[in-house]
Design a protein around this ligand. Structure first.
Ligand SMILES: CC(=O)SCCNC(=O)CCNC(=O)[C@H](O)C(C)(C)COP(=O)(O)OP(=O)(O)OC[C@H]1O[C@@H](n2cnc3c(N)ncnc32)[C@H](O)[C@@H]1OP(=O)(O)O
Length: 420
């Protein structure tokens, strides 16, 4: 039987999950619970099994490649969310690699997303070199610090926020009550943030088993403003480590969401002054997170990870560039190359603090770039002038790079707090 790439039927699911585990080097065993959990994940809102956006490659009846995409909302600078085609669960079994299977599945998915009117595709790349060829560029980066709490120099007598707000420990049910609204406020305020489904909250608070990995309840804390609104959420685990009677606890932050500066300061200070904690691992934050500068000695925060995070592939250039905001006025003619033929063209962007238009144009190009570079620039994280040094953006009219830098870059860097 020949190699066949197709969408799934419900009966394919156990075999598809086994291939997924295999591709990610996890045990190929598949439990009934995981099949059931995946079945509901892939279900459309009506509850029917919807396999349209889940692909598999089958060789002699055995699944050897997996690919899935789903609906996502991605916040662009200014707080508007665009329709994103989120890609996940990409694997090709080691027996079938480098025969073009990923390329086939990606092409099918990208054309369907374009047809639907999605503005971008998004993903988190397992390895940097895989996705540039498909028009994706790294659009957000992430940094993790490890803080030596003794060295940080924060006042160890800290007894809670001094602004009249408070920090309270909480349980999973309270997190499910307050977390979704808080995340929506973050999403409206910070570009790069993606939406979370109800399932996300169930799964991340232990109310829904996802696979065979056991759930362990973390510590949760909520920050309430003096007016009583929940403006911050912290989730962390801790290990109870001692050496020669000296506490050496290590905290791992799973989530720290704050929608006010007071909440951000209070939650970090609370965590960094918890007794028995020698080191705090911050989890993946925006590279410009304020954390190091909150410490009297910022060098106590050592960078342990700094890497690309969310990758963006523009599908509809005018929709993407008009959804975001611009702080300075300017106009730019962009020549976008796209070997897949999905987003290529020459576009006139006229933008300013009052809004933006972006239309196809016959005017001469001022800046030419590949669609992947536009993905890197779209959320404001990168400077066109830096990409030009690398030869990845060409300035066709003198001064166009400076205009692009002024228009596209944002004061705060984009941040995507979630993996998918
Ligand atoms: C969003 C996510 O889910 S990220 C998870 C990605 N999955 C993994 O990393 C799991 C382990 N790896 C795999 O399953 C596979 O190797 C995949 C999915 C990365 C690639 O699948 P393949 O079917 O081998 O890719 P395909 O044959 O279509 O390759 C297309 C091109 O990409 C290149 N390529 C593929 N994977 C890689 C890689 N990891 N590093 C560098 N180049 C790569 C190929 O060499 C090929 O280049 P060419 O056209 O110049 O010859």
């Amino acid at each position: 039987m020949s190699l066949e790439v197709r969408t799934l039927t419900e009966l394919d699911l156990p075999d598809w999950i086994r291939a997924l585990h295999t591709g990610f080097l996890r045990s190929p065993a598949v439990s009934k619970e995981e099949v059931e959990s995946r079945r509901t994940l892939m279900s459309a809102a009506e509850g029917a099994f919807d396999s349209d956006r889940t692909q598999g490659a089958f060789d002699a009846g055995r699944c050897v490649a997996t690919f899935r995409s789903f609906v996502q909302r991605l916040t662009v600078p200014g707080g508007t969310a665009v329709a994103a085609n989120a890609i996940s669960n990409v694997t090709v079994s080691p027996t079938h690699r480098r025969r073009g299977l990923l390329s086939r599945m990606m092409d099918t998915d990208a054309r369907a997303a374009k047809e639907r009117g999605d503005v971008v595709s998004t993903l988190i790349a397992a390895e940097y070199p895989i996705y540039g060829r498909y028009g994706f560029g790294p659009a957000t980066w992430a940094t993790e610090w490890e803080v030596d709490t003794a060295r940080a120099g924060l006042d160890p007598r800290y007894a809670g926020p001094s602004d009249g707000g408070r920090v309270d420990l909480a349980g999973p049910a309270e997190v499910r009550e307050h977390g979704p609204g808080l995340h929506e406020r973050l999403r409206a305020a910070r570009h790069g943030v993606i939406d979370r489904t109800e399932r996300w909250w169930l799964r991340n608070t232990g109310a829904l088993a996802v696979d065979d990995r056991p759930w362990q309840e973390p510590f949760y804390a909520l920050y309430r403003s003096p007016g009583g609104t929940v403006d911050g959420l912290l989730a962390y685990t801790a290990d109870d480590r001692w050496e020669a009677k000296v506490p050496q606890g290590v905290v791992q932050v799973l989530e720290l969401t704050a929608v006010s500066p007071a909440a951000e300061r209070a939650l970090w200070h609370f965590l960094l002054s918890t007794d028995l904690v020698a080191r705090v691992r911050t989890g993946l934050r925006a590279p410009d997170d304020v954390l190091p500068l909150l410490l009297p000695d910022p060098r106590a925060a050592r960078t342990v990870t700094h890497a690309d995070y969310l990758w963006v592939r523009p599908l509809d250039v005018p929709a993407l560039l008009t959804a975001r905001t611009y702080t300075t006025p300017g106009s730019l003619v962009l020549e976008v190359a796209d070997r897949a033929g999905l987003a290529n063209g020459r576009f006139l962007l006229e933008a300013g603090p009052d809004g933006a238009t972006c239309v196809p144009t016959a005017r001469g190009a001022e800046l030419s770039l590949d669609v992947a570079e536009l993905g890197t620039l779209a959320l404001g994280d990168e400077a066109a002038s830096r990409l030009a040094v690398l030869g990845r953006v060409s300035e066709e009219r003198a001064g166009a790079l400076a205009v692009a830098d002024g228009l596209l870059r944002t004061a705060r860097r984009p941040w995507c707090p979630d993996v998918f």
